[in-house]
Design a protein around this ligand. Structure first.
Ligand SMILES: [Fe+2]
Length: 320
């Protein structure tokens, strides 16, 4: 069995357009393998003219693994794995205009995200991607060695404001903090398929570098956050109706400017479950529950790391 999958690079460090595939139909094994290879090699893959409905989007996503459910985004009752971004005058976009890899406040952030565009604004509303493997490669050997065994503490920062300051809001927030304790992720992540190293801190969810003074951590993080801003490391995607994009959260970050507001932009999103990030120094663990631990950024003061105390599961209560 052959296939007609064509992979056309569209930027120097990440991004490829895929042709010769109909995502509304079930892909053959050969087609799937070609698409999967293109995905991990190119970090962001783009398809045009894909008239797929939510069911077909979910079916395609399932070929790559179990789908994950976002704990804070409003979602559909019967398909909680589907997120609809219907942004317009009455529903401004929320918090996508910062560099990030999706949901790194979780112990096992989604490996990839799929977006299918249905309504696009006349201008604006692009998504910008940056290759974090290229960002790592561009650093000096000295800086790479310095970073290689570092770990950073991540947090659901962005979503805290959804809970409000009232007593009920704070009680719900405490519950979510318990369900999603701050994970420690490697600063340099090794991609589990390609083995490549990527910078894995982001201004959306990374709080601080572990075992560093606050001012050291701040200075280093500010420097690392800036790396995604280098235009040469980026691919800027201009959406068309029925465009479909699938990106690898393990090797790329993205930024979606809110520059189309108040125009309408309607996209459907799903995410594929990922695994526990690891770096050159091996696996990472959670901080102690002790709130001092997060603040001090020094788990060693509390006997070092500990393993996850319970599996991450979705809280069924709606918050938004
Ligand atoms: Fe995102």
């Amino acid at each position: 069995m052959g296939h007609n999958v064509e992979v056309i690079k569209i930027a120097p460090h990440l991004g490829a357009e895929i042709r010769g595939v109909d995502l509304s139909a079930e892909l053959s094994e050969d087609e799937f393998d070609a698409v999967h290879d293109a995905f991990v090699d190119n970090q962001v893959i783009v398809f045009h003219g894909q008239k797929i409905n939510a069911g077909q989007l979910i079916a395609f996503g399932n070929r790559f693994g179990e789908l994950s459910v976002h704990p804070f985004s409003p979602n559909q009752e019967d398909t909680p794995e589907l997120i609809i971004f219907d942004n317009n005058e009455d529903n401004p976009p929320f918090g996508t205009d910062r560099w990030h890899s999706d949901e790194t406040f979780r112990a096992e952030p989604p490996l990839g995200t799929m977006l299918s565009a249905k309504i696009i604004p006349a201008y604006g509303g692009n998504t910008i991607f940056a290759s974090m493997t290229a960002a790592y490669d561009a650093l000096s050997d000295r800086m790479q060695n310095f970073l290689d065994d570092m770990e950073a503490i991540h947090d659901m920062v962005l979503f805290r404001k959804l809970f409000g300051a009232g007593e009920d809001g704070l009680a719900t927030l405490r519950k979510y903090e318990d369900l999603y304790p701050n994970p420690v992720h490697p600063v340099v992540r090794i991609h589990p398929v390609t083995g490549k190293k990527a910078l894995y801190v982001n201004p959306q969810f990374t709080l601080r570098i572990k075992n560093m003074r606050e001012d050291e951590s701040r200075t280093l993080l500010d420097f690392l956050f800036r790396q995604a801003e280098t235009p040469e490391l980026q691919y800027r995607h201009q959406w068309k109706v029925d465009s479909f994009v699938f990106w690898d959260n393990r090797s790329a970050q993205h930024y979606a400017p809110h520059d189309y507001f108040p125009q309408r932009r309607y996209l459907e999103r799903i995410t594929i479950q990922g695994d526990r990030p690891f770096g050159p120094a091996g696996p990472t663990y959670f901080l102690q529950d002790n709130p001092e631990a997060g603040d001090a950024g020094n788990a060693d003061a509390f006997g070092g790391h500990r393993a996850n105390k319970r599996p991450i599961e979705r809280e069924t209560e709606k918050t938004a």
